[in-house]
Every structure is written in structure tokens, then in C-alpha cells.
Design a binder for this molecule. Structure first.
Ligand code: ANZ
Ligand code: ZN
Length: 820
């Protein structure tokens, strides 16, 4: 009898052996095809939970599979470690974010190692260390140098609770709350640094040649939110100091004859000047109110639209009509031109506004069969133009174009595009991040820190409590510096960079993690990039994935990389739930992977997670489920170690039959697992291995195949199992007398010929008379045989118009259809 399967005894042993013999360390190898398999690196927020395992274990299995297929596989790991959660946790616990972060890393690294993954630890990156963030700062300088970084006063999303500016993407939901603490976000004006991501808007909305989930592509497309329209100029009836016209952005120039009012955003710079004395108080009160509302609330179609008349008028040059100028908070300053032409007959919000304030509603587009009846809602579809001067009776689509052309000819407007996408605000008024490498000199202005002076070190001794101001402001040693240009006194920028900057380029760093001369070695990056498969959570659809694409495109245009997309294939895994719900500490349904690794071993946890459901959907954790997986691995243990003895009394034909059967299922299993691995269908891959195990058990009990055929099947089982249960496979490989390491073996290949089902001739009878002979797989079921028989033209002619009352099926031989 073999000894018991004891993962505790074998797993650590093999992990040490793999590390010692460095079998997972990779180098650029021009001879081998490369494969870059990247898993989103974890945020250092504590310890590795089951969600991390679910993201990482199956990706490791896939990377191992590619490695066995002969690819030179880079499958690195690192830690995303700057940012708010670390800072908040540190404040709560009264320890320095650095200490807290590094402690977490020690812990998480240990847990990751217990997984038995092929991570090349010699390439680990940690974003909060100076040797890394030096280069994050360098990217800032590059962006600055190429006109992609700029400073501007801007309304920012401000979380009063976290006391910091948030990116648009961090403001969530209808009620616009802070992503981290759910506090409603307000607006505040600050001088901030931005990256000009809008320069790449159109390119970011497209995903040509990328194998990405459809819904992520759609989300990114919508996030860019391109609108094609026109900018139209309306002269003011009475010009003011700062201007003589109002410019609007509209997607419906075809409705211009229906304009009955104009609306400016309350913050629009013209408002103060055009407002008449009698309207002044009302306008100012309204502006004060609007300041407290957020964008989503202001744009919502549900909310009642209100506004105030400024007392001023503009001229619609197409109709020569005077139109009143209002302000209303449903118009957003930062979108389009911050001003709208109001066409109540054809825009829902304008309709509501006109109804509320009794403004005229002038119909200019009508549906077919329109009889002149009054609208009780805005008609927003295309139609036929009426009351539109020379454009009347055109279809609105044609009118759209003709009006644009006319406006352009007159110099009254032009075709224009607007995007929902805003430039990326990267300034953070927090401590735990990479300082922005800029100094302010009274003589020379804002000056980028010279590359040779990087990194601008984050001082350890800062008071990092959140006050809404940058903690670094109060660190005199940090703030005061000299200007490298004029030698005079200067001060440093005290904001730090959004932590999404760190993760926008980490995949490049893995290619040459020790380079101290450059952010990345161009040769190494050329070899490894782009990432062949990137796996991680779908929650990163619009931030991380978007920013990483932007970085890559910017670097391409700087001539630093030779590709424009970082991630060729993207795959999002689902989530593991427990007791029907998402895991959370408050629900008390959190699964601790360490406990299961301790009791059942990493191989069982890995295998179970693959088996629990389709990877992209996730699944429900179940203790009995994982015990089942554990039992299966135990069965493999015994199956292999008990050894096989062929029976003496087997006849030649018996043996041949059994061997043909075993070889066939072996090749079928190789084929199935290879396809499933390729397509990341791990659950069905494991199911196929389980079936294979069952088959092998029967073969073993039968003892009909030769020793060598058995050996071959056993070897295949171990090889197919190796990516999923790497420790167990390695142990059994060794115990069956094979040489270290199974993980340097080739993934088995199948032969189509050997995998083919054996075929037989099935006799089809109708009421006992032979009517047809069909060539079918030997293992055909009664249902399938009946289906095939009934679809044969010959058989059809004998059963047509009759009722099938019975079938008699003799497996492997015949089917008789009894009809009346
Ligand atoms: C006149 C008009 C007539 C409009 C009509 C629509 C229908 P999207 O598709 O989202 O780009 N708009 C323009 N700038 C705005 C701003 N800063 N804040 C709020 N609304 C603004 O929407 C473009 C339309 O939204 C524009 O076209 C404008 O209203 C409004 F029958 O202009 B429209
Ligand atoms: Zn200077």
C-alpha cells in the first residue's frame, strides 16, 4: 500500500526545490516564442483573500500550460502599493503607511508563494519604493515634455470625508458619492495637474485587433462618449466687455429654427456681465445653490429643471429672432461650450424647462402624417423639417448637413465634436504617493525637476493626516529647495500623483525590473510586449485599463515603444460568492484561503477554484465541493502509486480492444483539455480529467491493457494535471521514477486519428424490415440513433404519415422503428 496523500508534506518541499533550481526564472530568448501572461497585481491592502486566489490560481494554470507548450512564458507578480487605502489604514492604526504596506507585502508574498505559481520572483515590482516611483516621476516629465501634462484651475470632485480630490471615475452612482466612503461629492476649485488623455479620445474608443470582452469595449466606448454636432455662434443683443457672442454646442443643428431660448451653465464666464440689474439677485442666489449640486444630479432627466432669466438676449441669425438667455444647472460648464440652444419641441430637458417657465415651443421637425397638433412631449426622432426657411421640407438628416454647410459658409458656426471624456486629473492632496516632480521658482515659474535629480523622495517624516491640504506642504525640508535653472530659492509641488499612474506602466517594468538607467529596457520590452493575455477583475474597465492604454499610446508617439495597445487579449474572471452572497466581513461569510491550503493543500484549492464554475462567471463556494476535489486528488494518488499489473489470462483480442479504448480516451482527453485550456474553460477541463481518472480506475481493475500502454496513460494523466495541481503532479512524477521536473516536460499532443470514435454500421429497420445502414460512432446512444435514423431520406419514406409507437435498440448493432 502507498502512503497517504499529504499535501502538507509535499507542497512546501517542491516550492523550495523549484525556487532553488530556478526553473521558473525567464530570460529573453530569441529562439523561443514568447508569451506574456499577466495577472493584475494586487493592491497591498492586507492579506490575500479568496478573490485574489480566484484571479491568480487559474491564470497560473494557464501560464503553466503555455509554458509546457513550449512558450517562453513571462508570468510576473508585484504589488500596487501607493494610494489612499494604505494611508487611511495607517492613520487608523497609527503606523506609518510604509511600515503597514511593507508588512502586508511580506504577508501577501508568503501567501502567494503557498499557491505554487510560476511567478518569477526575481522580477517583483513594488510601486511605493523609490527605485520604482523614480520612473513614475520620469513618466510625468515625459508627459510634460510632450505637452501631455498641464496645470489648470479646475472644478474638482471633492470628497469632504476623505478630504481629497477624486477622479471622475472614482465618483459613483446616480447620487455621485465617493467610491471609498459613499459620502456625496462636492465641487471645489484648485490648481491641478492634468494629463491630456482627451488627445487620444477617438483611439481609446476603438479596440481594433483586440480580443477583449465585448462589454468592456462598450464601456470604454461610452466612457469616451463622442458626440458629433456643431458649434454655433449667437451674437448678444448687447455686447459686453468680455464678448459679443454666445457659442453653443449642439448635436441637432437641424433644429435651429426651433430655438426659443438659450441656457448658460451657471458658472459660465459671461453670466456676471450679461445679467441685468433687475435679475442680479435672483441670478446670484441661483448660482450659490448650483454650487452644491453635483454633475450627475444636475444632468439627470428625472430631476425638475429650474433656472433663472439673466435679462439678456441673443440673436438667432437664421430667424433674426431675439432669444432670452437663461441660466440653469442642467447645463454643465465643462461639456461642449457650457452653453445650449434651447429647442423645447425636440429636446426633453428643454421641453420641461419651457413648460415650467412658459417659454414658446416651436415645432420644426415632424413625423409622417403630422396634422399640426400640439406636442405633449418633445419629438426627438428624425422627421421632416417645417418652419425652417429654405430648409423646410427636407428630411432632418439632410437638413442637419445642409445647415452645417450653410453656417460654415456664413462663418456663423462649424461642425464640431464633443467628448464626455475629461482630461485625467492626477494631483492628489495626500501623502502616500509619488511626489509630482515640479518646482515653483518665483523667477522661472513651474519647472520640471531635471531627470538626473530623480527620484524626488517622499519624506518619511510627514504629518499625513487628511486635512484637505497636501501634507507635504508642512514639511519645510521637503518644500524648500533651489531652482536648478537660476539657483534662486524655490518651492516644491506638494501634491502627489494618482496611484493609477503607478499601474499604468508596471507591465513594462517587469521586462527589466532592475534597470536603473531607464524605466524599461527597450530591447526587453520589444521582446515581451505586448501582453498576450491580461486577466483580472472587470471593475477596472474604465480606470486602470483606460489609463494603461493611454500611457502606451503616448509612449508610442514619443517613439519609446513600437506598439499602441498594451494588452492583446483581456479576460475578466467572475467572483466567488458564499452562502448566496458576496463575501464581506460584516456578513461573516468570508472564506480564508490559508485555512483550506493548510488543511487540504494548495493543489486542492487551485483545482477546486477552477472547477467551481465557468471562470468568467464565478461560482458559489461549497465545503462539500472542495472536499470532492480533495477526494479526486486522493484517488489519483492511489491510482498512480498502487501500481498496475496486467492480468495473465487476457486474450489478444480482449487486450487489443481495451487498449484501443484507452488510447482513444487518452487522445480525446488531451484534445479536450488543450482546447479548454486555450479558451480558459477550466471547469470543463477539470471535468474531463475527472472522467479520465474514472476511466483509468476501470482499466486498472480490468487489468486487460499491457503495462506499457498503462504507463503511457498514467504519464498523460500526470502531464495534463501538472498545470492545475503542480505539486501533486511533481511528486507522482518523481515517485514513478521519472526525472525532475514534470514542469519542464512538453504538453502532450493528440492524434486526430487516435481520438476518433470507432465507427460501426448501424442497421435501421422499420417494422422489422431492413431499410437503411448508417455509419455511426460505436458509442451512439439510443436517442442519437433514433434521430439519425429518422433523418435519413430512405427511412423517412417508410415512416411518413405514420405514428412511431416503439423503438428497439441493440447497442452497436441495430435500431428497429415500430410504426402504425
Ligand atoms: C440643441 C438641441 C436640440 C439639442 C434638440 C438636443 C436636441 P450629447 O448627445 O450628450 O452630446 N448640451 C450641449 N452642451 C451641454 C452642456 N454643457 N450641458 C448640458 N447639455 C448640453 O448631447 C448634446 C446635446 O446636449 C446638445 O444638443 C445640447 O442640446 C445639449 F432637439 O442642442 B442640443
Ligand atoms: Zn529659477
Amino acid at each position: 500500500m502507498a502512503d497517504k496523500y499529504s499535501p502538507q508534506e509535499i507542497e512546501e518541499k517542491w516550492q523550495e526545490k523549484w525556487a532553488e533550481s530556478r526553473i521558473y526564472e525567464v530570460k529573453e530568448d530569441p529562439v523561443k516564442p514568447k508569451y506574456y501572461a499577466l495577472t493584475m497585481f494586487p493592491y497591498t491592502s492586507g492579506d490575500l483573500h479568496i478573490g485574489h486566489w480566484y484571479a491568480m490560481a487559474p491564470s497560473d494554470v494557464r501560464a503553466r500550460f503555455k509554458r509546457m507548450q513550449g512558450f517562453n512564458v513571462l508570468h510576473p507578480m508585484g504589488f500596487d502599493s501607493f494610494g489612499l487605502p494604505a494611508e487611511n489604514a495607517a492613520i487608523k492604526r497609527g503606523i506609518h503607511p510604509f511600515i503597514w504596506t511593507m508588512q502586508n507585502i511580506v504577508n501577501m508574498r508568503k501567501q502567494l508563494k503557498s499557491m505554487g505559481a510560476i511567478y518569477d520572483w526575481s522580477r517583483e515590482v513594488i510601486t511605493c519604493l523609490p527605485e520604482y516611483y523614480k520612473w513614475t516621476q520620469w513618466f510625468f516629465l515625459k508627459m510634460y515634455e510632450h505637452g501631455l501634462a498641464y496645470r489648470a484651475m479646475a472644478p474638482v470632485n471633492w470628497c469632504p470625508s476623505c478630504q481629497t480630490v477624486l477622479a471622475n471615475e472614482q465618483v459613483v452612482g446616480e447620487s455621485a458619492t465617493c467610491e471609498r466612503c459613499d459620502t456625496p461629492v462636492i465641487h471645489k476649485y484648485l490648481e491641478q495637474w492634468f494629463f491630456r488623455i482627451t488627445k487620444y479620445a477617438d483611439e481609446l474608443a476603438r479596440h481594433e485587433g483586440l480580443n477583449w470582452p465585448e462589454r468592456i469595449k462598450i464601456m470604454q466606448h461610452n466612457w469616451v462618449g463622442r458626440s458629433d454636432g456643431a458649434e454655433i455662434v449667437f451674437p448678444l443683443e448687447k455686447p459686453v466687455n468680455n464678448g459679443s457672442e454666445v457659442k453653443v454646442f449642439t448635436t441637432r443643428p437641424d433644429t435651429i429654427y426651433g430655438v426659443t431660448f438659450m441656457v448658460l451653465a451657471p458658472e459660465h464666464p459671461l453670466v456676471a456681465e450679461i445679467t441685468t440689474t433687475s435679475q442680479k439677485t435672483a441670478v446670484e442666489t441661483y448660482i450659490e445653490q448650483a454650487r452644491h449640486k453635483d454633475e450627475v444630479e444636475r444632468l439627470s432627466t428625472e430631476r425638475e429643471k429650474d433656472g433663472v432669466f439673466t435679462g439678456a438676449y441673443a440673436i438667432n441669425r437664421l430667424t433674426n429672432e431675439k432669444v432670452p438667455i437663461w441660466i440653469a444647472d442642467y447645463v454643465i460648464l465643462s461639456y461642449g461650450t457650457g452653453a445650449v440652444m434651447g429647442v423645447p419641441a425636440h429636446d426633453e430637458r428643454d421641453f420641461a424647462f419651457a413648460k415650467k417657465y412658459n417659454l414658446p415651443i416651436s415645432v420644426v421637425i415632424v413625423p409622417q402624417g403630422y396634422q399640426g397638433e400640439e406636442f405633449n412631449a418633445a419629438y426627438i426622432d428624425p422627421g421632416t423639417m417645417i418652419n425652417s426657411g429654405p430648409f423646410s421640407s427636407l428630411s432632418s438628416e439632410v437638413g442637419w448637413d445642409n445647415i452645417c454647410t450653410y453656417l460654415e459658409k456664413q462663418g456663423w458656426g462649424k461642425r464640431a465634436v464633443s467628448y464626455k471624456l475629461r482630461d485625467w486629473l492626477i494631483s492628489r492632496q495626500r501623502y502616500w504617493g509619488a511626489p509630482i516632480p515640479i518646482i515653483y521658482c518665483p523667477k522661472c515659474g513651474a519647472m520640471p525637476v531635471p531627470e538626473k535629480d530623480l527620484p524626488v523622495l517622499l519624506p518619511e517624516d510627514a504629518e499625513f493626516k487628511p486635512t484637505g491640504e497636501s501634507p507635504l506642504k508642512y514639511n519645510e525640508k521637503f518644500v524648500n529647495t533651489t531652482c536648478h535653472h537660476c539657483g534662486g530659492k524655490a518651492t516644491r509641488e506638494t501634491d502627489t500623483m494618482d496611484t493609477f499612474m503607478c499601474s499604468s506602466w508596471y507591465f513594462l517594468r517587469y521586462a527589466s525590473p532592475y534597470d536603473d538607467k531607464a524605466a524599461f529596457d527597450q530591447r526587453a520590452v520589444k521582446y515581451w510586449m505586448p501582453v498576450d493575455i491580461y486577466t483580472g477583475g472587470a471593475e477596472h474597465a474604465v480606470m486602470h485599463l483606460f489609463y494603461a492604454r493611454f500611457f502606451t499610446k503616448a509612449l508610442r508617439d514619443m517613439g519609446l515603444v513600437n506598439f499602441g495597445e498594451p494588452f492583446t487579449r483581456l479576460f475578466n474572471q467572475g467572483t466567488i460568492i458564499n452562502q448566496g452572497a458576496k463575501m464581506s466581513k460584516s456578513r461573516g461569510n468570508v472564506i480564508n484561503p490559508d485555512k483550506y491550503v493548510g488543511e487540504l493543500g494548495a493543489d486542492t484549492v487551485r483545482t477546486y477554484l477552477m472547477f467551481v464554475g465557468p471562470w468568467e462567471q464565478g461560482g458559489e463556494w461549497s465545503d462539500s465541493g472542495i472536499s470532492g476535489t480533495y477526494r479526486w486528488l486522493n484517488r489519483i494518488w492511489t491510482l498512480v502509486l498502487e501500481g498496475y499489473t496486467a492480468k495473465k489470462e487476457t486474450t489478444v483480442s480482449e487486450r487489443k480492444n481495451a487498449e484501443r479504448g484507452l488510447i482513444r480516451i487518452t487522445h480525446q482527453t488531451i484534445k479536450k483539455t488543450t482546447g479548454d485550456m486555450e479558451n480558459l474553460q477550466f471547469n470543463t477541463m477539470i471535468a474531463a480529467l475527472m472522467e479520465y481518472t474514472n476511466y483509468l480506475s476501470k482499466v486498472k481493475d480490468g487489468g486487460t491493457v499491457s503495462d506499457s500502454t498503462w504507463k503511457e496513460a498514467e504519464k498523460t494523466l500526470l502531464l495534463l494535471l501538472a498545470p492545475s495541481a503542480p505539486h501533486l503532479a511533481e511528486e507522482l512524477w518523481q515517485r514513478t521514477g521519472r526525472t525532475f521536473s514534470i514542469h519542464n516536460q512538453k504538453w502532450p499532443e493528440w492524434s486526430e486519428e487516435l481520438a476518433k470514435e470507432e465507427e460501426i454500421t448501424l442497421v435501421v429497420q422499420v417494422n422489422g424490415k431492413v431499410r437503411e445502414r448508417l455509419t455511426v460512432p460505436a458509442s451512439i446512444t439510443e436517442d442519437e440513433a433514433k434521430k439519425q435514423a429518422l433523418s435519413s431520406e430512405r427511412v423517412k419514406s417508410f415512416v411518413i404519415g405514420k405514428e412511431l409507437v416503439n423503438t428497439v435498440f441493440v447497442p452497436g448493432r441495430l435500431i428497429n422503428l415500430v410504426v402504425k
